[in-house]
Design a protein around this ligand. Structure first.
Ligand code: MIC
Ligand code: SF4
Length: 657
């Protein structure tokens, strides 16, 4: 039987299991990446595992999320990260050099290789044929130590692209269209593989916009094959030697096929406050816009900013709108500056930010009260921009720029009718990419050889082995699609504590209920209850680590997002699924007792557990876990388990051992 692109790469990297969807597989990881707000935990855990040298072909540590260093704690984190990269053998990208996914794409991403990253948008370089997966920091630390990465073998879905994008339609509209069709949980347990005649009409930066935002579908990863367009990109970034041919076999079998006719795609927009809240721009037209932002790992590349520059040439940003461009990499800023576009854009009324994630997680450029902000980003979860009740729309650079010119949401095709000299800027691949040597420190150029820890950098908390009895209060009952931004927000006032779990824990679920952290501590144990897709969004393991620190023992939810569920296992919290009726009947404050011996049940492979609520009624909860995940739970988390394994001779042992 023929193979898909994903199966070909997985086959080459498989160290455990077989490629049966739904079964756990272990794969060898070639490259890893970490960013500043997850990276500190990665290296603290690397250290706690007694590992002393990176074992993967390549590891890269980026400083990209909080580059403004509002607080010495951020600066200390960056200083620590440089020292860790130097000490253990990773590349270091300095604060301001750009967003991990973009700098990685420009400098290191390679077709056919596996990449694991402590950021949920790690699948970005799937656009050039790399199989890239986001994971929690502890999984990154273990992979960097040479351990395999374990994941449920996904179903491979063929997204067949036909036709060619029409005027004013862009790659962002393609992924928004898919989000509208499939929803934020439509990709859970899946890899989306893009095939068909439409693929060759898209260049690598357009493809990476699509693969980047596959994360919003909940997908394990998204990938394109390689072709002349991949060669063209690798030539531009001076890495043509990294090219390998990657195409699905003609008789490859897919679990499903979704056809997208590119010629029918029109400008789309995601309305507040979910990325799948998608409508054609014309349906949202007329709303006044106070802020427009171009940037983020989705649409902050040189190729995303160029259309804006062309549209604004000889024009001005509307007087009632503020427009900010945050290039995704310093490379993009530099190219725009060299070509004179920066000056043009400034003259048109645009402000530039440094190359950072920043505003995407509420750091800077927080929208005003009751105002509309249009962003080319990938997430618009409520409050993520830094203000509660925000009104953030997601769209392409063309749609965002049209709104900046008009001062209100407008389909760029309609704006082009109004202004007869406005033309579709089209797509143009950047020329003159140059390796960012000044801001990248290679392992052999390291300037540190020991860890430097500021006073805010704490230890990694550990949990005891799993108790036989789980019994406690429902500390919080939540609805569907609770994001990791709800569990541990990422705004600057909170982000500075990512290396200090006791302090960070005080903010746990504060966006849902301010009293939560104190109540959890007082209750000395208990449960969280949620609806569908609990923990969607970020890879931040703090969303499991902090509840664990506060004494939460388990989560009862209708379903879980992939990375968050893995993080719950990694920190010893039991993720149990319950059906809708039981979910409806449980109330906050109820007492839940797992009737079975959990410690023994987890170890012995038991899948169904009876739980009793207030001693009055009983329900059934399911534990969907591999043998390895059960061992991890029983040990109280992956750190303790890996140490036990390493002492016993496996665990973080090299994948090819
Ligand atoms: C995000 O987009 O939510 C983040 C901030 O990049 C996170 C990582 C983090 O929380 O540090 C992600 O996507 O994994
Ligand atoms: Fe940064 Fe936003 Fe991309 Fe996350 S989604 S990596 S915060 S730009």
């Amino acid at each position: 039987m023929g193979k898909t692109i994903t199966e070909k790469i997985l086959d080459e990297h498989l160290v455990e299991g077989d490629l049966t969807p739904g079964e756990e597989i272990g794969i060898e990881i070639d490259q890893v990446l970490a960013q500043d707000t997850t990276g500190t935990m990665v290296w603290l855990q690397f250290e706690a595992l007694d590992l002393d040298e990176v074992q993967t072909e390549l590891a890269a540590q980026y400083c990209d999320h909080q580059t403004y260093q509002f607080d010495f704690k951020n600066t200390d984190d960056h200083r620590f990260l440089r020292s860790a990269a130097g000490t253990f053998g990773a590349h270091f990208s300095r604060p301001g050099n750009g967003i991990c996914h973009n700098v990685h794409k420009e400098n290191f991403a390679a077709p056919g290789k596996t990449l694991l990253g402590s950021d949920s948008h790690t699948p970005t370089p799937g656009g050039l044929g790399q199989l890239a997966i986001g994971a929690g920091g502890l999984d990154i630390a273990v992979a960097m130590g040479g351990g395999a990465y374990y994941v449920e073998m996904p179903e491979i879905v063929n997204i067949r692209l036909e036709g060619e994008l029409g005027e004013w339609a862009s790659a962002k509209d393609v992924i928004l269209e898919l989000l509208g069709r499939l929803s934020v949980k439509g990709g859970v347990g899946k890899v989306f593989e893009y095939t068909g005649p439409g693929v060759e009409t898209l260049s690598v930066p357009e493809r990476t916009t699509i693969t980047n935002m596959g994360t919003e579908l909940g997908a394990t990863s998204s990938i394109f094959g390689t072709d002349e367009r991949t060669k063209e990109w690798l030539d531009e970034v001076d890495r043509s030697g990294d090219y390998v041919d990657l195409q699905p076999d003609a008789d490859a079998e897919y679990a499903d096929e979704i056809v997208v006719d590119l010629s029918e795609i029109e400008p789309m927009i995601a309305e507040p406050s979910m990325p799948d809240n998608v409508v054609p721009v014309r349906e949202a037209a007329g709303q006044s816009v106070e802020q427009v932002m171009i940037g983020s790992c989705t649409n902050g590349a040189y190729e995303d900013i160029l259309p804006t520059a062309k549209m604004l040439e000889g024009r001005e940003v509307n007087k009632k709108t503020e427009m900010i461009i945050a290039p995704a990499s310093k490379q993009a800023s530099e190219m725009l500056a060299r070509e004179g576009w920066t000056a043009e854009l400034m003259a048109a009324g645009v402000n530039f930010s440094e190359a950072t994630c920043g505003a995407c997680i509420g750091i800077g450029h927080v929208p005003g009260s009751d105002t509309v902000s249009l962003r080319t980003f990938n997430r618009n979860f409520e409050g993520r921009s830094g203000i509660e009740d925000d009104s953030v729309f997601l769209c392409s650079p063309e749609v965002a720029t049209a709104a900046a010119i008009k001062g209100e949401i407008i389909d760029p095709r309609d704006l082009a009718d109004e202004l007869d000299d406005l033309e579709d800027p089209g797509f143009e691949l950047g020329r003159g990419y140059d390796r960012q040597d000044a801001d990248l420190i290679a392992p052999d150029e390291a300037v540190d050889d020991e860890l430097v820890k500021g006073p805010n950098i704490g230890d990694v908390p550990l949990k005891d082995a799993l108790e036989p009895n789980l019994d406690g209060e429902v500390l919080l009952r939540m609805g569907d699609n609770i994001t990791t931004d709800h569990i541990i927000p990422a705004t600057s006032d909170i982000l500075k504590f990512r290396s200090n779990v006791p302090k960070l824990s005080e903010f746990t679920l504060s966006r849902v209920d301010e009293s939560f952290a104190q109540r959890a501590l007082d209750a000395d144990g208990g449960f969280l209850v949620a609806g569908e897709n609990y923990g969607q969004g970020s890879s931040r393991e703090h969303a499991a680590l902090c509840p664990m620190y506060l004494g939460v023992e388990g989560v009862l939810a209708q379903s879980f997002a992939r990375i968050h569920k893995a993080n719950l296992f990694n920190f010893g919290l039991v993720p149990l699924t319950i059906d809708e009726d039981d979910y409806e009947n449980i109330e906050q404050g109820d007492n839940v007792e797992i009737v079975d011996d959990v410690g023994q049940g987890v170890r012995s492979g038991q899948e169904e557990f009876t739980f009793r609520v207030n001693g009055e009624w009983e329900g059934t909860a399911h534990l969907d876990a591999s043998e390895r995940e059960r061992e991890i739970l029983a040990a109280g988390g992956k750190l303790s388990w890996t140490k036990q394994q390493t002492q016993g001779g496996s665990g973080a042992a090299p994948a090819d051992d």
